[in-house]
Design a protein around this ligand. Structure first.
Ligand code: GUN
Ligand code: FE
Length: 463
């Protein structure tokens, strides 16, 4: 049964290069929050729906002329506790940075639940303000702080996965789990308590679910990893971790185990459709087709990689092989919680990779496409795909505006005068006099919003 109706322009990206702009459309949402209708306002089905619903006094909400609906952004990888020290220490190497800041911040939140409440409330509100409607979170090792995260997300209205960290070989004596059994029993206690909390909600009201989260190979024994895998399979719970992120991590793993990071995950059976891996920068390129076959999902964190990894993820190659990829802020490995910034950074980094290729080929950007193997850059439309559909597809969710998908949507207004969204006085005059009435014009304005828009353009969110 339809409970909400919207009329206006709907923008989404069903596949990586495809910007779908549907003007003058009617969208219906059912009482459980799923899209149950989207069609041109003049279509027969829209007219029938409108007639039926006007009898029930349900009238559509009509968008202002220069506004559009876009699916919410998705942050496939962030460390919620690390918001505490966001923006610090990014001159360090990954392992130095973990030792100096990350473990300490997480330990602090586990030991001070009042602070956890405050940090998580601020973080969730800021994420929503920035258009993020779904996250896959790395929390802490503690049970209570992760339950606080779940409660706050549920109460404030942010969808996502919550990862209680597992790590039985922590380098920090005061922050870790003392044995495999200790680690597994603490995870089971968390899962049971989370389930208990969620049991009071109907299934469509549940915004959060757990995800098994071995932190990364250097702090987890093989025995722990195997038990976590088994638990995930038994309970049908997804798994997330960090794979092949930094040079020092790769070296440490090889020293500890005599194998490459990616081979450990593969040999232990983790590379499958239920696995989300962050970074994956030190990936041997021959692995790309294998990862595609196994249907794993990758969280690409371009800003974080520019600091804590010496390499960048081969994004163009991954998209060309149809791998599932979304974007992650990796707070606090990246310093901004805005996925809009990550979209821009993903494009910039891909252009730097292409620039390096031009340098080798001794040619310009304009000439490079027809030379050598492949242009390595991505464009802004592909980045919107990564930020919306790409982030949800591999996680069993929607991310587009299609019947059956969750109505997780943001409302963007192009003409907010306070926002530097790139619409100057002349254009403002232009669109106000004429309106935006062709797809081509919409595309131009959306591109300019993509470059310079910010939270001031965001007028509403629905999760
Ligand atoms: N690898 C293991 N732990 C972490 C973390 O907290 N952040 C990042 N970026 N990489 C990690
Ligand atoms: Fe991370």
């Amino acid at each position: 049964m339809t409970s909400q109706l919207f009329v206006g322009t709907f923008v989404d990206t069903p596949s990586p290069g495809e910007l779908r702009i549907r003007q003058n459309h009617l969208l219906g949402v059912d009482e459980k929050g799923f899209i149950n209708h989207i069609s041109s306002i003049n279509s027969e089905s829209s007219q029938i729906l409108l007639n039926n619903l006007s009898l029930l006094n349900l009238n559509p909400i009509e968008l202002k002329k220069f506004s559009f609906f876009l699916p919410t952004f998705n942050d496939l990888h962030l460390h919620t506790a690390q918001y505490l020290f966001c923006g610090l220490g990014l001159n360090l190497s990954l392992i130095e940075w973990l030792n100096k800041y990350a473990y300490k911040a997480e330990e602090r939140l586990d030991n001070d639940l009042n602070l956890t409440e405050k940090v998580y409330e601020i973080l969730i509100k800021k994420l929503l303000k920035n258009g993020t409607g779904f996250i896959s979170a790395f929390g802490t090792i503690g049970i209570e702080s992760n339950l606080i995260l779940a409660r706050k997300m549920q109460e404030i209205g942010l969808r996502g996965f919550i990862g209680k960290l597992s790590m039985d070989q922590s380098p920090r004596p005061t922050y870790g789990e003392s044995s495999v059994n200790d680690s597994i029993s603490s995870l089971i206690e968390f899962l049971d308590k989370l389930e208990d909390y969620l049991s009071k909600f109907q299934s469509h009201e549940r915004l959060v679910q757990p995800i098994i989260t071995p932190r990364y190979v250097p702090v987890c024994s093989d025995e722990l990893l195997l038990k976590l895998k088994k638990l995930g399979d038994e309970r049908g719970i997804r798994v997330q971790s960090h794979m092949c992120e930094g040079r020092d991590q790769m070296d440490l793993v090889y020293k500890q185990r005599g194998k490459k990071d990616q081979d450990i995950w593969n040999d232990l059976g983790f590379l499958g459709p239920n696995t989300l891996q962050a970074h994956v920068t030190y990936l041997d390129e021959e692995m790309i087709p294998l990862l595609k076959d196994r249907q794993i999902t990758i969280a690409h964190c371009p800003l974080s990689n520019a600091y804590l990894s010496e390499k960048q993820f081969p994004l163009r190659e991954a998209l060309d092989h149809s791998l599932n990829v979304g974007l992650g802020t990796d707070i606090a490995g990246g310093y901004t919680l805005s996925i809009q910034n990550q979209m821009r950074q993903a494009v910039v980094i891909s252009r730097l990779r292409e620039g390096a290729r031009c340098e080798k080929l001794n040619c310009s950007f304009a000439e490079s496409t027809n030379k050598g193997e492949k242009n390595l850059s991505i464009d802004w439309v592909e980045s919107i795909y990564l930020a919306t559909r790409g982030g949800k597809k591999g996680m069993g969710l929607g991310g587009c505006l299609e019947v059956g998908m969750e109505f997780d949507v943001q409302l963007i207004e192009l003409t907010d005068e306070e926002s530097p969204s790139g619409i100057g006085a002349l254009d403002l005059f232009d669109i106000e006099s004429k309106g935006i009435d062709s797809e081509e014009e919409w595309k131009r304005y959306i591109e300019r919003w993509w470059c310079n828009g910010d939270e001031r353009n965001r007028k509403n969110m629905w999760i």
